[in-house]
Design a protein around this ligand. Structure first.
Ligand SMILES: [Zn+2]
Length: 420
């Protein structure tokens, strides 16, 4: 077979095969020692031992992995990538003892980012997000979910979607947009939150469906923040029921601070994911275990808030749930761009093994974005998204932390970042 390039001399290759790893199957890495990968166009043409690939394939270009580890490109299924400004002042307030909810009730929190985001142009939003997306890519992430939710008006939320579409078109990393107008109640509706819910239900979701029909052919989701101080369960129902009615699959922020019953509802309506789950009850863990709704755990958020990570990761695995990991990159609670940090935290704070953390950051994260047929594993026909890591085996991705271990990052078969 004539191919475009071969990555040879891979010390350890983790293929992480399949479409999803449920419950105790999480962590099957499909390891091949002394491996090679053949790339044709933007896809993986063949995977095997070096001897097998050398016998079967010819290419003009061969890249020597130098005996290093190769994995699929990492997939980050929960980010608030698009925003303006920062909230370093709130970080200092929190260090002085103020809680997230206290800061939110004092007019800080999400609404302060909303003010800055509304004032920014679409191109300014693209510019500031590009720097973060570059950092994600340099750290080995090749597919990223990106939420709206700092516009909170019909016009500004569409601006955020347009920023995501522009950035996706220009950047090697693929973006998966999520419409999150139900992120916070904007100040102008503070006296009547239900009127804002009506605006989302009656106007905004319909314009998103139209935007999608005109602008977007890839997966897109709708999300809501079901939490005290954000949206009640009744309000969340109105929004996500309507989202499904207009054809948008849904995800949900739930159980970050208080359990309002969002998980049970999300499972009932077949939500693609529920995210955070710091205070999820044993009953809801069992519900997730019996569902296809992915439990996305986000270690950087409790770490960023300086609170214990109480997400029941091991219980979810024991209950046969589908577990994935994300960064929650956002200016308030967790401004971080590295899934390597997420794996380091997940192994220490949630009790995942390094193999489980890696599978939760690749194939299961891809599944949660409805992208597992294209990314998340190194298999014939999938996109040639992969990372050569400057480490000898997969355990080092969780074992070491605080420095970037990505050596060469490939997206669709092209080198898009290198540590050299
Ligand atoms: Zn979030």
């Amino acid at each position: 077979m004539i191919v475009d390039r071969i990555i040879d001399n891979i010390g350890q290759l983790c293929t992480i095969p399949g479409q999803v790893q449920r419950g105790s199957t999480l962590g099957e890495l499909g390891i091949i020692e002394n491996a090679a990968i053949a790339i044709l166009g933007d896809q993986i043409a063949m995977v095997g031992t070096s001897a097998e690939i050398r016998a079967e394939c010819r290419a003009d270009t061969t890249i020597d992995a130098g005996g290093r580890l190769v994995t699929p490109g990492l997939v980050d299924p929960h980010t608030h990538l698009i925003f303006a400004g920062d909230r370093a002042d709130e970080f200092e307030m929190r260090l002085q003892g103020k809680t997230y909810l206290e800061i939110m009730e004092a007019g800080g929190g999400i609404v302060s980012t909303v003010k800055k985001t509304r004032a920014a142009s679409v191109l300014q939003l693209v510019d500031s997000a590009r720097a973060r997306l570059d950092r994600m890519m340099q750290h080995g992430t090749t597919t990223v979910e990106a939420k709206t939710g700092y516009g909170l008006s019909a016009e500004s939320e569409l601006d955020m979607l347009n920023a995501i579409a522009l950035l996706d078109a220009e950047h090697p990393v693929d973006l998966v947009p999520t419409f999150l107008a139900a992120h916070a109640i904007p100040l102008e509706y503070a006296h009547d939150p239900d009127a804002y819910v009506s605006l989302i239900v009656d106007r905004m979701l319909i314009s998103v469906a139209k935007w999608r029909a005109k602008m977007w052919s890839k997966p897109i989701f709708c999300d809501a923040f079901c939490e005290r101080g954000a949206f009640t369960l009744a309000q969340t129902r109105r929004i996500l029921d309507q989202a499904q009615f207009v054809g948008l699959p849904v995800r949900l922020h739930a159980d970050e601070f208080e359990s309002l019953g969002g998980v049970g509802y999300a499972v009932d309506i077949g939500a693609r994911s529920v995210d955070h789950l710091l205070v999820t009850t044993p009953d809801d863990v069992a519900r997730l275990g019996a569902s296809n709704t992915v439990a996305i755990l986000i270690p950087p958020t409790p770490f960023g808030l300086g609170i214990p990570n109480t997400a029941p990761a091991r219980d979810l695995i024991a209950a046969d749930a589908i577990l994935a990991l994300g960064t929650d990159c956002n200016p308030g609670t967790a401004w971080n761009e590295s899934m390597q940090l997420v794996m380091a935290l997940a192994t220490r704070q949630l009790g995942l093994t390094p193999a489980q953390a890696l599978a939760a950051s690749t194939i299961n994260a891809a599944y949660s974005l409805d992208m597992a047929d294209q990314v998340g594993s190194i298999e014939i026909g999938k996109l040639a998204d992969m990372v050569i890591w400057d480490v000898p085996d997969y355990r080092h991705l969780s074992y070491r932390f605080g420095a970037n271990m990505a050596h060469t990052v490939f997206k669709r078969g092209n080198v898009v970042a290198t540590s050299m």
